[in-house]
Ligand binder design. Structure first.
Ligand SMILES: Cc1cc2nc3c(=O)[nH]c(=O)nc-3n(C[C@H](O)[C@H](O)[C@H](O)COP(=O)(O)O)c2cc1C
Length: 219
């Protein structure tokens, strides 16, 4: 867990470029924008073209505007691409082996191979870590939710630039070997692996969702 003073210093040193566009100054209609948001689909097995560094940074800037009580910025982003994906594969294999040992399960060669190649399912993986900050008024659950909002902003900003994604965690993401690989502290979490790239398939259409059982209006 990081203290608020350290965090304030970090945020002063690291200015975030934000392109301000007023709510009433967007060129798309609200119907188009809402359709664009709710037609987002998760896509597995992504390929190149991958986003450029500038495009990834733009998406991370959007992620960093997520609602964030007391501006703690309790999130970190690690971009894994190219050969580094094999290193991540090695960390996942170490994790699956440790987990099998802990659970008293046997591990097949097939599982080990599959685990090693998991990061190859996309050209870029953006790992989002919730780095908890100590603050009297902002409990860990709020910081976790802020990280979730950051992930969704990230995903939408990648979609805005023409890329597909899938938010994965999997059973291994917070195993010690994976946390060590990303330098994640004991109170902190790997919150998302955002697999990013271009899908060879079209996004499937989302079926209408009946929100009636999910909502109650009171007046
Ligand atoms: C925290 C979190 C973790 C997830 N982990 C996985 C995962 O490990 N593997 C997976 O196939 N889907 C995972 N999902 C679900 C997908 O990201 C996706 O939301 C789901 O497949 C539904 O597809 P849609 O986004 O097109 O509606 C996760 C979602 C969340 C919010």
């Amino acid at each position: 867990m990081t203290t608020t003073d350290e965090n304030n210093q970090a945020s002063q040193d690291n200015k975030l470029p934000v392109k301000n566009v007023a709510a009433n100054d967007v060129s798309a209609s609200s119907e188009e924008l809402i359709g664009w948001i709710n037609s987002r689909r998760s896509m597995g097995n992504l390929d190149t073209p991958a986003p450029t560094r500038d495009q990834i940074e733009s998406a991370i800037e959007c992620a960093a505007t997520a609602p964030d009580h007391k501006k703690l910025r309790p999130w970190r982003f690690i971009v894994t691409q190219g050969e580094a994906r094999h290193e991540l594969g090695n960390a996942l294999v170490a994790a699956v082996k440790e987990k099998a040992l802990k659970d008293g399960e046997e591990l097949s060669e097939k599982t080990i191979k599959k685990t090693h190649t998991m990061p190859l399912r996309a050209p870029v993986i953006i790992t989002v870590v919730t780095q908890m900050q100590e603050h009297k008024k902002v409990p860990p659950f709020e910081q976790m939710l802020s990280a979730g909002a950051a992930v969704q902003n990230l995903i939408l900003a990648l979609k805005a630039q023409g890329f597909s994604t899938v938010w994965r965690t999997g059973l291994l993401c917070n195993e010690p070997a994976v946390k060590a690989y990303f330098d994640v502290g004991p109170d902190d979490y790997v919150t998302a692996f955002v697999y990013t790239g271009t899908s060879p398939k079209d996004e499937s259409k989302r079926k209408p969702i009946d929100i009636e059982p999910l909502v109650r209006f009171e007046s």
